[in-house]
Write a new protein. Structure first.
Length: 394
């Protein structure tokens, strides 16, 4: 039977995308709900978001992915080995979509795309070209993240400081201050319309770009700068800019999925924000820290149950507005003194099972180069065997 299975897989691999139930062997357990989609990096077309679903060449898919933000950083450091390591892990997991930064503002890394004064740098753009080219060679699709609410790698505050030096404007000026808005519109136009210096592909119609993401975890809390429409209006303007620059791939929102808190209303974003895909970030360690004080078995079950409620509530919103939902960040960090790998695997298994039942794509947080330090207990390594098995798709 093994030779017959091999022939069947070779035939399926000849088409641009494959959906399959993963094989189960005596020594490797993989949850039965992990179906997979494998993209042919040469022949597969651009994935679209249509009628509440992801579609490629007329076939609906659920595109599972993974996160790894430091790819640009590695290129700037001349560390292509780490880049290849991360892409290798992505392929090994069978999660063919990788979410990563397409911005770096200020700092000293040669891959920074904008200087401290806001000047866009060709050297930084060339570093992004390298990330995209290497992803294409590895058979990996990228969700390219265009800016950050937080100060990591620059983001909103860096842009505000660049356009209004010395004025002391807060981060939340980024969403509506005309100079900041114009700077981000210029940035989007530059990236999306760029011709890759390595592959000669224009970013806007390069299938390697799975999606464009407007911002990571947008929040607008400053009363002088924010109301319930601020992020909606910003999202709409930026979404239009991505499309006007020629983009064909879907536009992801990138928010954490709040329903009114921190200035983010996921329903309003879906209705009036101009995006193609809604997003949810799931970290109960942050939102429900009391769980850490529960006994292990109770903690795991409570985490699964609360996560399931959150997932289903956001699925309801997505269905109401007719857009796909991606759980594009989900992470769990267990307390010290327990089998952290086993506990995370159990929580992930519960969440991924719910996502599967709801037809929602997932992107666990996160992988990195093999020797990367785990700063917050959220890094997923290949030697985290139980977690690796749970999130794998083959």
């Amino acid at each position: 039977m093994k030779w017959l299975l091999g022939i069947m897989l070779n035939v399926l691999a000849a088409v641009s995308i494959m959906a399959c139930d993963p094989p189960v062997s005596d020594d490797t357990w993989i949850p039965p709900f992990q179906s997979c989609q494998i993209f042919d990096p040469v022949t597969a077309d651009i994935v679209l978001a249509e009628d509440g679903a992801f579609v490629i060449e007329g076939v609906e898919i659920i595109p599972h992915g993974i996160n790894s933000y430091p790819l640009l950083q590695h290129v700037g450091n001349g560390d292509l080995e780490s880049l290849h390591d991360i892409f290798g892990q992505t392929v090994s997991l069978g999660r063919s979509v990788l979410r990563t930064n397409a911005f770096m503002d200020g700092g000293e890394n040669p891959a920074r795309i904008r200087d401290q004064d806001g000047t866009i740098r060709e050297e930084g753009l060339a570093a992004l070209d390298r990330v995209v080219a290497e992803a294409a060679d590895a058979g990996v699709r990228l969700v390219l993240l265009l800016t950050n609410n937080w100060e990591d790698f620059g983001g909103a505050q860096a842009v505000v400081d660049a356009v209004a030096p010395g004025e002391g404007l807060p981060k939340d000026a980024f969403w509506s201050e005309p100079r900041a808005v114009e700077a981000q519109l210029e940035y989007i136009q530059t990236i999306v319309s760029r011709t890759n210096s390595i592959t000669s592909h224009v970013y806007s119609d390069d299938p390697t770009v799975f999606a464009w993401e407007l911002v990571n975890e947008a929040r607008c809390d400053a009363p002088d700068w924010c109301d319930s429409e601020t992020l909606v209006n910003w999202a709409n303007e930026m979404s239009n800019a991505v499309r006007q620059a020629g983009a064909i791939a879907p536009v992801f929102w990138g928010g954490a999925g709040y329903l009114g808190e921190h200035g983010e209303d996921l329903r309003k974003i879906g209705e009036h924000g101009g995006v193609d895909v809604l997003t949810l970030h799931l970290y109960l360690n942050h939102s429900h820290p009391y769980l850490w004080y529960y006994p292990p078995s109770q903690r795991v079950q409570e985490a699964i149950d609360i996560g399931a409620q959150i997932i289903r509530s956001r699925v309801d919103v997505a269905l109401e507005v007719g857009l796909p939902l991606v759980i594009e960040e989900l992470g769990w960090s267990a307390p010290q003194g327990v089998d952290r790998d086993a506990e995370r695997a159990a929580v992930f298994e519960g969440w991924l099972s719910v996502a599967h039942d709801e037809g929602v794509a997932t992107m666990p947080w996160m992988i990195g180069e093999t020797d990367r330090e785990d700063y917050d207990g959220l890094l997923i390594r290949p030697d985290d065997l139980k977690t690796w098995e749970v999130i794998s798709c083959h």
